[in-house]
Design a protein around this ligand. Structure first.
Ligand SMILES: Cc1cc2nc3c(=O)[nH]c(=O)nc-3n(C[C@H](O)[C@H](O)[C@H](O)COP(=O)(O)OP(=O)(O)OC[C@H]3O[C@@H](n4cnc5c(N)ncnc54)[C@H](O)[C@@H]3O)c2cc1C
Length: 401
């Protein structure tokens, strides 16, 4: 649907004109990534559905695919996006939806160029699926907040400049009502980042400790007590970013499995049948995601984003189980001595089938587990009876834990 009174052909023409201008003035081969990314933002091609002046053109989100395709063909780098996946996919829409004009102007451009990398400080040792039960405390002190607590599984905390933090500001009200959302300086005083090593050997995420960390009130995102609503924006975009990333036909995990099949000249008819069934599932998911993107307007995606996340996570695991099966005994020869690697360029560094198999086990946990996705779909899409909520309406401080 064309938006802002602009017709669909006018939107297409505007995007094409800006792309031509970008490539003409900043030929990818001759431009530094930073310069190119900055120009892409200034021309409104960072997030095309964002308003003009905030990295967008206020046109339908579906044009972003055209931008990606044209820039990929021209050889433009996407290192800024892979280095800053959380900022690009989750931080930006959250700052846009809930930030003040000053916050948008301050954060969005360096977020897009990845001059400033972002991380998400939501999960805690006692609060993952039950995120609204979190305990990290923020207490107001004049124009500042003092934060104490611990976060965990914080992807890219070690490379981040800024963190998206949700903390408890009022323990006397029910759990969802007592939260506030902040932007925290990851290099500030009282922030300690400790690596956590995964099954792959890599430490792409960390535990983060806050000890009397001071955050200026100007870094609050949304009103005091509105942290849950702001968090929902981040979470919905997280699910879409994880489960619905644009993929060429036969690309991604299924492409890797087909590649292995071909490279090894395999012929087993049973395995071929299994591969074909996985390919069909992957293609159905790709087309469903494509349709969802085409139909998407602007703003926060709905609970339907959970469908893509759920299907993607379960399919990734199935495909990589199948792929390591094709490797046979060779699959056991994992090419790593489990040295601790801290990837800097992307959330996940080295790529090979064994590692991808191990990493895929996390797909049904990160961004909300498959059980939680099913709960959301059951309750909010299908309208089934809700789970019992024994802590509903009870002040957070009185909930047994
Ligand atoms: C690779 C990876 C990267 C991550 N990156 C980040 C990050 O950058 N920032 C961040 O904040 N967090 C991050 N996380 C954390 C992630 O969001 C949580 O692990 C996830 O939400 C689950 O929480 P939990 O680990 O506390 O498990 P729990 O909530 O303790 O769940 C344990 C098990 O119980 C099940 N369960 C829990 N409640 C229910 C229920 N009501 N109904 C049915 N089953 C239920 C779960 O499905 C799961 O199987 C990451 C996790 C991974 C694996």
């Amino acid at each position: 649907m064309p938006r802002s009174g602009t017709s669909a052909p006018a939107e297409t023409a505007l995007v094409a004109q800006r792309l031509a201008q970008l490539l003409d003035q900043h030929p990818p081969g001759d431009s530094e990534d930073l310069e190119f990314g900055g120009a892409q933002y200034d021309l409104g091609l960072a997030w095309v559905d964002f308003p003009q002046g905030s990295g967008g053109l206020a046109v339908s989100r579906r044009h972003q695919r055209t931008v990606s395709n044209v820039l990929a063909k021209a050889g433009a780098s996407v290192a800024n996006v892979s280095r800053n996946v959380i900022g690009y996919g989750m931080g930006a829409p959250t700052v846009l939806a809930h930030g003040t004009p000053e916050q948008r102007a301050r954060y969005l451009r360096p977020m897009f160029t990845a001059e400033e990398v972002w991380c998400q400080l939501f999960s805690e040792p006692g609060a993952g699926s039950d995120l609204a039960g979190l305990s990290t405390r923020a207490v107001q002190d004049g124009d500042e907040w003092i934060v104490n607590g611990q976060k965990v599984w914080t992807t890219l905390a070690h490379t981040s400049t800024w963190g998206l933090l949700v903390a408890r500001t009022d323990p006397d009200v029910a759990k969802h009502a007592g939260l506030t959302y902040f932007i925290v300086d990851m290099r500030g005083e009282g922030v300690e980042v400790r690596p956590l090593r995964q099954i792959t050997g890599e430490a792409e995420f960390s535990e983060v400790y806050f000890t009397d960390t001071r955050i200026p009130d100007a870094n609050r995102l949304g009103a005091r007590g509105e942290g849950w609503a702001v968090s929902i924006t981040t979470l919905m975009h997280e699910r879409v970013a994880i489960g619905s990333a644009p993929m060429p036909r036969g690309g991604g995990a299924i492409g890797e499995a087909v590649g292995l099949w071909k490279d090894r000249g395999l012929t087993d008819p049973v395995k071929r049948d299994q591969l074909a069934a996985l390919w069909a599932e992957a293609e159905a998911l790709r087309l469903t995601n494509l349709r969802a993107t085409q139909m998407a307007g602007v703003g926060t995606p709905g609970p339907e984003g959970s469908t893509g996340k759920l299907q993607w996570a379960e399919l990734q695991k199935k495909i990589y189980e199948f792929a390591v099966g094709l490797l046979g005994p060779e699959a056991l020869a994992y090419p790593s001595t489990y040295e601790e690697i801290r990837p800097n360029e992307a959330a996940s560094g080295r790529r090979d089938t064994q590692k991808n198999f191990l990493r895929s086990r996390a797909n049904s946990i990160e961004g909300g587990t498959s059980e939680i996705m099913r709960n959301i779909l059951g309750e909010r899409v299908l309208g089934l009876p809700r789970e019992p909520r024994p802590d509903k309406g009870i002040p957070w401080k009185d909930v047994p834990r």
